[in-house]
Design a protein around this ligand. Sequence first.
Ligand code: SF4
Length: 319
Amino acid sequence: MHYTVLPYYRRFLNLFPDWTTLAGASLDELLKAWEGMGYYARARNLHALAKRVRAEHNGQLPDSAEALRELPGIGPYTAGAILSICFGHDVPAIDGNTRRVLCRVFNITADPTRPEGRRRLHELATLLLPPGQAGAFNQALMDLGATICTPRRPACSRCPWDEHCQAKQLNVQESLPVRQPRKPLSHHDIAAGVIWRNGWILIAQRPPSGLLGGLWEFPGGKREPGESMEECLLREIREELGIEIQVGQLLATVQHAYTHFRITLHAFHCHYVSGEPQNLACAAWKWVQPEELDDYAFPAANRTIIATLQTLDNPPDKE
Ligand code: SF4
């Protein structure tokens, strides 16, 4: 079972116990509470959703698929889960786990991510629903997929459905569901600057939409072909903040994988030279003390830089 997020979840519910409280929080507060869970687009969608629920639905989630699907971040699976688990409607909720279980039990060889496969799964999942117990049934299927019918080496000997499972009888469990071959993940080198000025560090907030939107970071960006990391950093800082810096020693190198690409983040100590920071390609900027960094929501790779910074006895700006 994946219990890692449970403490985050409880803390989140304590901070934002209802839609109105969540809608009244700033995006910064929400991102800080979400920090460490990844998938930051979900946090932004949840914030937008809370505002819509407060403004358009009296602070209560609507109980129809049509109204739910109008709201940000709610697709067929989430709508099905809300309707069946929260409102007791007899509708399926098909997540990746349920999809895997159904494809195996019924030996579905159509690609479940394509329209034909999706339609068959939806029909099957609807047919199987025990009236009045869809919420429990949907959760049971998700749990079966998460704990027993796992992508690799499913524990068929412990499975309550093994006698009826066609994939098990045919010994094709691990080849279902059929998948499109994955493209290899692309890789980018990213330069980031820990820019010092009289003991203060400059941080920048990413624009609100897009990857890691609204999070704070050490400014920088992607290296262009033919650039050195230092040239990249000087250019990125000019483009993002309009200031001049001097690039110093390498502080840390961090490998990180996102869903569609991998990065190597090269973080350098830098010294502020001239210019007034501007929001040229960021939403906001701030000079902060090193001990204040924990007050802001940073992406995971930047957190590693902060951890490295916190181990320094003698930051370069104070030498
Ligand atoms: S018998 Fe095996 S493959 Fe079939 S549903 Fe159970 S765990 Fe999955």
